[in-house]
Design a binder for this molecule. Structure first.
Ligand SMILES: [Zn+2]
Ligand SMILES: [Zn+2]
Length: 245
């Protein structure tokens, strides 16, 4: 039987330089449960090391391993991956494609933590930089490893595929467009009308605990799994994406 599941597919941990230090996987999952979310994705900038801790925490929330990749055009693309192994394959490609700007004095620490909120280490390369991978290539690589490619916050006036390219090319094979909390359903229908060929989702892009679940997407699926989410995005077998503005 199909059931509605609430999902927030864009959450940063303390590994992202722009996220608060209390964004540990344990606290994120606690907050997701308070907000009655069934599925969340951990999506740090160009990195994924805190997904291991998130995966080790027992809870009712399904964790999708993910990453927010900065393309060479400075557009953000969300990758949702079927498992940690495929995410780490993607992470190593992203790492090789980033400028090795190592600084001992980052404005914000990029912290790797374990499942008990203990510091395991730091990443010294600045993670927010653009990779040398073009958007089209990023989408192809995500698909090559079995993942879902989502154009992040297409309604934002920075770092979106629309601001960086001016339009979404017809052959750009995104699985969904993400709309931020800033834009209502009605506004999106006007602004993004040319891009109705893609499913639309809403995610919080949380950098603080209070942001988690400030907007979300419901999926009409059989169970909260990566495979079922993929079917919903493809509109197959009665699965649906239910987007509330
Ligand atoms: Zn972003
Ligand atoms: Zn983000």
């Amino acid at each position: 039987m199909l059931k509605k599941y609430k999902a927030d597919f864009h959450i940063h941990t303390c590994l992202s330089p722009c996220a608060e230090l209390d964004m540990t996987p344990r606290r994120i999952i606690g907050r997701a449960m308070e907000r009655s979310l069934d599925i969340i994705a951990i999506t740090d900038h160009n990195a994924a090391e805190n997904v291991f801790a998130a995966n080790r925490i027992e809870s009712s929330v399904t964790i999708i391993p993910g990453m927010e990749i900065t393309t060479s055009e400075e557009a953000h693309v969300i990758a949702l991956m079927p498992d940690i192994d495929s995410l780490m394959e993607l992470r190593s490609i992203v790492k090789e494609s980033m400028p090795a700007i190592i600084t001992e004095k980052l404005a914000f620490e990029q912290v790797i933590v374990n499942e008990n909120d203990e510091v395991e280490g730091f990443i010294k390369e600045l993670l927010i930089n653009a990779t040398s991978l073009e958007a089209e290539r990023v989408v192809k690589i995500i698909h090559q490893y079995g993942g879902i490619a989502i154009a992040a916050h297409v309604d934002r006036d920075v770092y979106s595929i629309l601001t960086q390219l001016g339009f979404i090319p017809d052959d750009m094979d995104f699985d969904a467009l993400e709309i931020s909390f800033r834009t209502s359903h009605d506004e999106a229908e006007t602004i993004l009308q040319p891009y109705r060929r893609y499913p639309w989702i809403k995610s919080s892009d949380a950098h603080h605990l209070v942001d988690i679940g400030r907007c979300y997407t419901e999926f009409l699926i059989k169970e909260p799994t990566f495979e079922e989410i993929m079917l919903a995005l493809q509109g197959k077998e009665g699965r649906e994406v239910i987007w509330h503005g």
